[in-house]
Write a protein that binds this ligand. Sequence first.
Ligand SMILES: O=C(O)c1cccc(C(=O)CC[C@H]2O[C@@H](n3cnc4c(=O)[nH]cnc43)[C@H](O)[C@@H]2O)c1
Length: 230
Amino acid sequence: MNDNIQSRSGSAAGQDPATRVLIVTAVAAEREAILRGLGGSARFEVIAAGAGTALAAAGTAAALAAGTYGCVISAGIGGGFPGRAPVGSLAVASEMIAADLGAETPEGFRSAAELGFGSNTVPAAHGTAEALAAALAAAGLPVSTGPVLTVSTATGTAGTAAALAARHPGAVAEAMEGHGVAVAAQRFGIAALELRAISNPVGPRDRAAWQIPAALDALAAAAAILLEVL
Ligand SMILES: O=C(O)c1cccc(C(=O)CC[C@H]2O[C@@H](n3cnc4c(=O)[nH]cnc43)[C@H](O)[C@@H]2O)c1
């Protein structure tokens, strides 16, 4: 197993495996925020699998091969599309889209699906994403719902942000792992969700302005709500 993966297993003895939830983050700080919100619930296992779809998919598949789960969640901080998901708010994916998987052509970007490589979209667990968003809103946490884009290169210019928004008009956020986690879950026949706490706008890169502590606090608050919904 990848050395990057730090896991915490609750004692699953006596539990219905179908109620266990695997949460996959990229980095340890995200995992710790989620553990803080979960408050020690044994139904949840939280791993930090690394950044990017390859590590996310590999880590998810390894965890699913080793245990039994009813649901998988890709979770962490992310970029929010201006006007849709402000910094400090939460985004719940309706679908996880591999947004830059495809080819550039003289006529513009062509997605993997358009190239005949199959779908580049995995729908979120039907009903559960809506229930999670409703519970977050009921708890007074600002939340947006819509496609969350998975990118290999974090957007750093207004031009790329505009191109992504034009290709995916309802997109609320971008991050770097959701589609990889969802594809791994799909291979195991398990429903997937993606939850992002917005640390920065999608647009011109200004890493110093990322509101990481606020996003991690929002992630911890959202994790507490997961206990009610799942
Ligand atoms: O430096 C820190 O303290 C720190 C704490 C928590 C997380 C980080 C990360 O750098 C996480 C990397 C992770 O964040 C996602 N992310 C966040 N914003 C964007 C974005 O605008 N575009 C794409 N991805 C974004 C992504 O999933 C990364 O893997 C640092």
